[in-house]
Design a binder for this molecule. Structure first.
Ligand SMILES: CC(=O)N[C@H]1[C@@H](OP(=O)(O)OP(=O)(O)OC[C@H]2O[C@@H](n3ccc(=O)[nH]c3=O)[C@H](O)[C@@H]2O)O[C@H](CO)[C@@H](O)[C@@H]1O[C@H](C)C(=O)N[C@@H](C)C(=O)N[C@H](CCC(=O)O)C(=O)O
Ligand SMILES: Nc1ncnc2c1ncn2[C@@H]1O[C@H](COP(=O)(O)OP(=O)(O)OP(=O)(O)O)[C@@H](O)[C@H]1O
Ligand SMILES: N[C@H](CCC[C@H](N)C(=O)O)C(=O)O
Ligand SMILES: [Mg+2]
Length: 469
């Protein structure tokens, strides 16, 4: 393990694990792989001072090569030393699950802020410290970026960090060595099987948050309405476990007495938290799950009822069931549903708000789980009156091939394929009549579209407003 003094003596000014980002003064971590040495040489040519690798040092690099048994472990312990152990100075709170992480993280952050605590928030939409916000590239960044962010949060005077933890990050060790004060589990449904291959592997990745990264004296808050949540609850061994069930499972400690959901939000009676009802502008059954999970967490870590109420009343999550257009009769929502379960649940809520025809525009991301495509096609066709099948972020796949897989799950004729997302949204808007609801799903807050390897500006909201106003 490299000590602070060793790093200082070597003249290390930064840590890096990607040769494309190497800078003078860096210590480069050459993760095992066929190209490790090649990347190390590139980093050195850009001014990196030394390399940490798992293989024997190439002869000409012997003086600059530090051989370790695990580069990932060394990277985690060096990050802790270099960034002055920021996680020991913060209360870190993590949320995982297939759907609902961003929404829950926004709520958690708002509740902590309501307590007058300065917070940092990190997830799919953004990285935020106090009022300073930058857009995110990944839901959970690489470990070096994560440590740098936590150090910045400490320097800015933050007491708490709320973050989304993805299954990829758990599997790849992006949070190695970090201990959380609390961890929340929302649900586990089909996604990312391109990466994890089986639901069991996907579950085991999520479980790591609770078995490896949650402090022994931490609290686990788990939605046991979800079958994997129930299993997790039984398998996890920590000081405090809180089980939550909107559906009234008798095993749960937090169960609402009633949830009344309407067009403008919902009212929840949760006697285990307060005698007085809670109100929020968040809409729909799936958001009731998120709200209950986060309220239960807040109660378990001692957040005041007042801050819970205030956060529920004010929180807004960009691109999550966001009403982009409403003329009192036709309504268009932008939503981030990009999994079968999310699409099903969003359409179910939309149906309750719809007095005319319910339509949906959606596609599926390229270079990602292919198996979910036909399932989403089947759900969209079953639960909406009309489906506009289009492109999401095709990435390096042919959009037509992705669409063919989606419509492989569809059997009626109440859908239309329009490959261009802009054209599809415009056509769907044009077709709207009084009382209709349109859901534009899959891209939510994203203000870009990735075609090939190019990211270009694209915003569902802008297109809807241009067409409808
Ligand atoms: C599939 C996946 O997760 N890949 C991630 C993974 O890439 P990898 O291990 O394949 O890396 P690689 O590109 O083969 O490179 C191996 C090593 O060599 C280094 N390298 C690579 C190329 C080079 O020129 N020089 C160089 O030094 C890389 O930095 C890396 O350390 O490790 C990289 C470094 O951390 C990540 O950037 C990369 O995320 C890619 C970009 C990605 O798109 N990931 C998505 C799928 C992802 O993680 N998504 C989850 C979403 C979850 C959710 O919200 O549900 C997320 O957390 O965002
Ligand atoms: N608890 C939930 N259960 C099922 N679907 C949900 C839930 N909460 C939100 N959704 C749906 O999933 C979409 C994404 O929600 P959110 O961004 O909160 O999830 P996420 O887990 O952060 O997603 P990602 O993995 O892409 O970061 C929403 O737009 C909505 O369609
Ligand atoms: N966090 C999700 C984002 C998907 C968003 C969707 N628009 C797509 O590009 O597939 C993922 O990495 O699968
Ligand atoms: Mg997210």
């Amino acid at each position: 393990m490299l000590s602070e003094t060793a790093l200082k003596n070597m003249g290390i000014r930064g840590l890096c694990d990607d040769s494309r980002k190497a800078s003078p003064g860096d210590l480069f971590f050459a993760l095992p792989g066929a190209q490790a040495e090649e990347f190390a040489r590139i980093a050195l040519s850009k001014g990196a001072v030394a390399v940490v690798g798992e293989t024997e040092a190439p002869q000409d690099l012997a003086s600059k090569w530090i051989r370790v048994s695990s580069v990932k472990e060394e990277r985690a312990s060096t990050a802790k030393t270099f960034f002055k152990d920021p996680f020991s100075k913060l209360s870190a709170h993590a949320v995982t699950g297939t759907n609902g992480k961003t929404t829950s993280a926004f709520l958690m952050d708002a509740m902590l802020s309501g307590e007058g605590r300065k917070t940092a928030l990190l997830g799919t939409i953004c990285k935020r410290i106090g009022d300073r916000v930058v857009a995110s590239n990944l839901t959970t960044p690489g470990i070096l970026e994560l440590y740098a962010f936590a150090a910045e949060a400490v320097n800015a005077g933050c007491s708490d960090l709320v973050m989304e933890v993805s299954s990829h990050s758990l599997h790849q060790g992006r949070i190695q060595g970090i201990h959380y004060q609390s961890a929340l589990f929302s649900n586990l449904t089909e996604d990312h099987l391109d990466y994890h291959k089986t639901m069991e592997n996907y579950f085991q990745a999520k479980k790591l948050l609770f078995t490896h990264y949650l402090s022994e004296d931490g609290v686990a808050v788990i939605n046991i309405d979800d079958a994997y949540g129930m299993r997790l609850f039984d398998e996890v061994d920590v000081a405090q476990k809180v089980s939550v069930s909107r559906l009234g499972n008798a095993k749960a400690v937090i169960v609402p007495q009633s949830v009344q959901s309407g067009e403008d939000g919902m009212i929840l009676q949760v006697p285990a938290i307060s005698e007085k009802p809670f109100q929020t502008g968040l809409v729909g059954e799936f958001n009731a799950d998120n709200v209950l999970l986060v309220m239960s967490w807040a109660k378990s870590i001692g957040i005041s009822e007042n801050s819970i109420r205030q956060a529920l009343n004010t929180v807004k999550v960009p691109g999550r069931f966001e009403m982009t257009f409403n003329d009192g009769s036709r309504r268009v929502f932008v939503d981030y549903a990009h999994t079968p379960d999310a699409l099903e649940r969003v359409l179910r809520v939309a149906r309750t708000l719809c007095r005319g025809k319910l339509s949906v525009v959606f596609g599926c991301g390229g270079d990602r789980d292919r198996n979910k495509r036909h399932i989403m096609g089947e759900i969209a066709e079953r639960d909406a009156d009309f489906v506009w099948v289009t492109s999401d972020n095709p990435r390096t796949e042919k959009p037509e091939d992705i669409i063919a897989e989606i419509i492989g799950g569809m059997h009626s004729d109440h859908f239309k394929v329009i490959v261009s997302r802009e054209e599809a949204i415009r056509a769907a808007c044009k077709a709207m009549q009084a009382g209709d609801v349109l859901i534009v799903a899959g891209k939510g807050h994203e203000n870009y579209q990735i075609i090939g390897k190019t990211k270009q500006h694209f915003d569902d909201h802008e297109i809807i407003l241009r067409e409808m106003c």
